[in-house]
Design a binder for this molecule. Structure first.
Ligand code: KIV
Ligand code: NA
Length: 265
């Protein structure tokens, strides 16, 4: 695939090729993620936590998401760029949802949007899709509803919630979403959903029997030591490498080792 499109992702599922997805929020990181061959880059509202230091995803604004998304779009040559509609930009009614999605598409140049929720936001999803904007769904643990649930623990362990999740996933497929993220639900339930719909299911903490995986880039690179859920695999310990490197810089400045003769004009 030269450039990944929503169609390529649906083809990948049909061909049994797993989809790789990571977050990015800025130009430099997005360039690295794109060059490394990641299929989908998510400008997640996790930027609220990771970039801005908020405790939840609720405070980040639409303007801030557009700033992150436009920075990412300028770096991309291959990946599909999906942007989260932030909390408060789509829950009032479907007109507000469409306005927010259009602002993201026009002002950032991204390729698709992601919204959290099932049948509660069906009208909004349909309205955005009708305008020609591809929509990715997001079910299971939906961090924008954290104060309704109270905790970040595994979702849909009970039958009623699992049934609703399956119905919501089928609804997202039927209205025309091109993919759906399932966050932190039992692996067997995620597998059941992936087998019962034809659009790709991208999991985070949802096991291996889905059509792709997504992680927050700062988590998988080990840039923060505090967040250690079971589903997280750390590929680097950048927190340690970076503090060591920066500590060395401080030492070199203090000891007048930096800059040396060759490092000046
Ligand atoms: O905002 C985000 O990073 C996300 C992923 C965890 C799916 O929504
Ligand atoms: Na998100």
């Amino acid at each position: 695939y030269k450039r990944i499109t929503t169609k390529s992702l649906i083809e990948m599922k049909a061909n049994g090729e797993k989809i790789s997805m990571l977050t990015a929020y800025d130009f430099t990181m997005a360039k690295i993620v794109d060059t490394a061959g990641v299929d989908v880059i998510l400008v997640g509202d996790s930027a609220s936590n990771v970039m801005a230091g908020h405790e939840t995803t609720l405070p980040i604004t639409l303007d801030q998401m557009i700033y992150h998304a436009s920075s990412v779009v300028r770096a991309i040559e291959r990946a599909l760029v999906v942007v989260d509609l932030p909390f408060g930009s789509y829950q009032s009614d479907s007109k507000e949802a469409l306005r927010s999605a259009i602002r993201i598409m026009k002002e950032s140049g991204a390729h698709a949007v992601k919204l959290e929720g099932g049948k509660e936001i069906k009208d909004s999803i349909k309205k955005i899709l009708n305008a020609g904007v591809p929509v990715m769904g997001h079910l299971g643990l939906t961090p924008q509803s954290i104060y309704k649930f109270g905790t970040y623990t595994v979702r849909a362990k009970e039958d009623a919630e699992a049934e609703k999740l399956i119905e919501d996933a089928k609804m997202l497929e039927s209205v025309g979403c091109f993919a759906v993220v399932l966050e932190k639900i039992p692996a067997h339930l995620a597998q059941k959903v992936a087998e019962s719909i034809s659009i790709p299911v991208i999991g985070i903490g949802a096991g291996g029997h889905v059509d792709g995986q997504v992680l927050v880039i700062h988590d998988m690179l080990g840039m923060n030591n505090e967040f250690s859920p079971r589903f997280l695999r750390r590929y680097l310990n950048l927190y340690e490498s970076m503090t060591t490197a920066i500590g060395q810089y401080v030492t070199d400045v203090k000891s007048k080792d930096f800059p040396n003769e060759k490092e000046q004009y």
